[in-house]
Design a protein around this ligand. Structure first.
Ligand code: ATP
Ligand code: MG
Length: 363
């Protein structure tokens, strides 16, 4: 059987720096765990604009559509701030998401034991936390029509429309239930069915999909405002949370920060299954290109390394190997190794991007 294929798009700023460390990890899995990947690399974002005058060429887009998973670093930087909107680095990433139809955005909030003290929240609230927020990414109020700023009588009115079709709700609900089966087997769906029609339909469709296809998974419903409160009060009550584009934007940012630094947070964006049964998939750290620290060796590579762990789990059915990698990260942190972003008020000497990558491979 052919090796699984990976397209690496390291991008701009610290993207290539953190991706170099992921390549070491991929190399380790090939050498030590007999898991070879066919890795190809290409350009996205500002570097693609510099080379080709576009943040994503058609050829790269085609490659992304044909591989088993795409691993992306970060795009953008001050050098590109004045570019025309149509060729901005971020447009490369948006095109990937749109054309691959990546409708399920997975953002874990996971607290590594070694960092439980680092969080600003009480240790007993976050220690051992391991939840997953699934945000619908391709529809809802960010895309619904009508939208725009119109004139009504003698004043202007800004309009956005929250719009969800049954099939859009159904497919992201299925992603949530599938994921829950690989985790704690529990889904909490969040909307505001008390005040929004889209929320009423959301709750109805999720309930129906659950009853017909996933009755073995525990399902609960929560109004999203209560959900926000519960996430901060007692996040460990959740396993998988599924919600719409807008609520997911807010809830996933809030949940992510339960656990510490931006430099720790991975993400996955998944689409429909391909012919081989694997979902269309793009994995990337939550952080951006961090131009303020690019080139200084300060970037924390863990978010990008954990994004590869998500690829192992969700694209390649290697959950055990993903856990192995996450345990290596936890061990290194438990040993006290920290990049600069993870230094607490007590201080200490930070290690570099490459030292962190090497330590994780060694662990
Ligand atoms: P984007 O618009 O692409 O999301 P941004 O401007 O919102 O980017 P980042 O580029 O993620 O934000 O940077 C925000 C801050 O977090 C910066 O100070 C940056 O140095 C820091 N930061 C981001 N990623 C990392 C990392 N991997 N390691 C250390 N610090 C990081
Ligand atoms: Mg940002």
């Amino acid at each position: 059987m052919a090796n699984p294929s990976l397209l690496i798009l390291a991008g701009d700023g610290i993207g290539p720096e953190v991706m170099d460390e992921v390549k070491k990890v991929i190399g380790w899995f090939g050498a030590k765990r007999d898991m070879a990947f066919d890795v190809s690399e290409d350009l996205v974002g500002g570097c693609a604009y510099d080379a080709h005058g576009t943040p994503l060429t058609d050829a790269t887009m085609e490659k992304a559509q044909s591989v088993d998973a795409v691993l992306l670093g970060a795009v953008g930087g001050p050098k590109y701030d004045d570019l025309d909107f149509s060729v901005k680095p971020e447009r490369g990433l948006l095109r990937l998401r749109k054309e691959m139809d990546l409708f399920a955005n997975l953002r874990p909030a996971q607290c590594f034991d070694a960092l439980a003290d680092f969080s600003s929240l009480k240790k007993d609230i976050v220690a051992g936390l391991d939840i997953m927020i699934i945000r619908e990414l391709t529809s809802g109020v960010y895309f619904g029509e009508p939208r725009g700023i119109f004139t009504e009588g003698n004043e202007r009115v800004g309009i956005n429309t929250q719009r969800y079709t049954e099939s859009e709700i159904a497919r992201v609900a299925r992603s949530a239930f599938e994921l829950a089966r690989k985790r704690g087997n529990k889904v909490c769906s969040m909307e505001k069915a008390n005040v929004m029609e889209s929320g009423v339909l959301w709750r109805e469709v999720v309930t129906k999909i659950h009853a017909e296809e996933y009755a073995d998974v525990e399902l609960s419903h929560m109004y999203a405002d209560n959900g926000a409160m519960q996430l901060v009060r007692n996040p460990k009550q959740f396993d998988v949370i599924v919600t719409d584009n807008l609520f997911g934007d807010l809830l996933s940012d809030a949940a992510a920060m339960l656990t510490g630094s931006l430099g720790m947070l991975p993400s996955a964006s998944l689409g429909l299954p391909m012919a081989n049964g694997r979902p269309k998939a793009l994995y990337e750290p939550v952080h951006g290109s961090a131009p303020d620290i690019a080139g200084t060796g300060k970037a924390n590579p863990i978010a990008c390394i954990l994004s590869f762990a998500m690829a192992l789990r969700y694209s390649f059915d290697k959950g055990d190997e993903a856990t192995r990698l996450e345990e290596a990260v936890n061990k290194v942190l438990a040993d006290g190794l920290r990049t600069a972003d993870l230094m607490g008020p007590e201080g200490g000497t930070p290690i570099s991007t490459t030292e962190m990558g090497d330590a994780i491979v060694a662990a």
